[in-house]
Design a protein around this ligand. Structure first.
Ligand SMILES: NC(=O)c1ccc[n+]([C@@H]2O[C@H](COP(=O)([O-])OP(=O)(O)OC[C@H]3O[C@@H](n4cnc5c(N)ncnc54)[C@H](O)[C@@H]3O)[C@@H](O)[C@H]2O)c1
Length: 319
């Protein structure tokens, strides 16, 4: 089994690569090769599986052709510029999130090998005047360019699958928390930094009130769900290749209480509360009443409690 992770240098890509290495097999076959492709050749994780790094720019069809070969069995397409970045730089969002996705699917079409393609979409596809709860049956009404680009990506994955060019799956990721590493340019950055920084003894600013609700999943279970998504029988997906990846809705207060339950009272004291009205305008419109019944029925999972998210961060990433 030869697996290509495009955007493999990012947070989710690295988690997924580790999960695949630990597992050693996918879809009933031994994993013989994993390639992490990213704009700069990503650092490699040592392990029993042969992992190769590859510099690849998905906006360049020639670079995509180098990465996707006739031997590629499964492609995880994770490469993207995230929400705030795509909002500030419309051109970059269109080139990377939209044209880049099309370049990947087109390469598969011309190769004719119909690989499994798992595309990471986002709950940013929901929005506007659409009734709660939202899920796979909802009308898509994204309120950001990033959300629009993800929605178009989903439609392309569906259509390229219908035509038999790929065996595609698009999964709408909840917000990943606790996200390790440095903050990125996502408007959701504080949803991890108010936990990650205090757990590392550093101050953090919370720009929303403690009653703020949102839909989350831990990085560990996100990687596990991506593995499971590739393994779903195509027939079980029918005419809709899009799944809502399961998450859970938590308030900021519940998340901080979970941190205190796991790590004691000190980290929470490092949070400063400073409302950011501009940011609230963006995140205040995000949907949190989200249903993932179909994905749950197909074997995808969500965290049992936010304490799990905190524990996973401490076990897998802290320091
Ligand atoms: N993390 C979340 O909370 C979340 C939520 C919803 C959806 N998603 C989606 O999941 C995927 C992975 O998210 P992440 O948190 O790991 O993001 P990330 O920013 O850590 O990783 C994305 C990777 O894509 C790479 N990339 C950007 N432009 C590229 C290009 N032109 N060619 C090749 N690679 C390029 C980046 O260098 C980066 O390493 C993304 O598609 C994101 O939109 C993430």
């Amino acid at each position: 089994m030869n697996i290509l992770i495009i955007g493999g240098g990012g947070v989710v890509g690295r988690k997924l690569a580790s999960a695949l290495v630990d597992r050693g097999h996918l879809m009933g076959r031994d994993i013989t090769k994993i390639t992490l492709a990213d704009i700069a050749d990503p650092e490699l994780k040592a392990g029993s599986v042969h992992i190769t790094g590859l510099a690849c720019d998905i906006t360049d069809p020639a670079s995509v052709s180098e990465a996707i070969t006739p031997e590629t069995d499964v492609i995880y397409h994770l490469a993207a510029v995230v929400s705030a970045h795509a909002e500030e730089d419309f051109e970059a969002g269109m080139k990377i999130n939209l044209d880049g996705t099309r370049n990947i699917l087109e390469r598969c079409r011309t190769l004719g090998t119909a690989p499994v393609v798992v595309f990471t979409s986002s709950i940013a596809v929901y929005g506007g005047d659409v009734p709660d709860p939202v899920g796979e049956q909802s009308f898509l009404n994204p309120q950001t360019s990033y959300g629009m680009q993800k929605a178009v990506g989903e439609l392309m994955v569906n259509d390229y699958s219908r035509k038999g060019f790929v065996d595609g799956r698009a999964v709408r990721l909840p917000t990943i928390s606790v996200r390790p590493g440095k903050p990125n340019r996502a408007a959701s950055g504080f949803m991890s930094s108010i936990l990650r920084e205090p757990l590392n003894g550093q101050e953090a600013v919370c720009p929303v009130g403690e009653e703020f609700l949102h839909y989350y999943l831990s990085p560990r279970l996100c990687a596990e769900n991506l593995v499971r998504t590739a393994e779903i029988e195509a027939g079980a997906l029918g005419m809709n290749r899009v799944l809502q990846m399961p998450g859970r809705t938590w308030s900021i207060r519940q998340m901080i209480d979970a941190m205190t339950a796991v790590a004691g009272p000190d980290p929470a004291r490092l949070i400063r509360w400073e409302k950011d009205e501009a940011l609230l305008k963006i995140v205040g419109g995000w949907r949190f009443d989200i249903r993932a019944d179909r994905a749950l029925g197909l074997g995808l999972i969500a965290d049992d409690s936010f304490e799990d998210n905190i524990r996973y961060y401490i076990e897998d990433d802290r320091g």
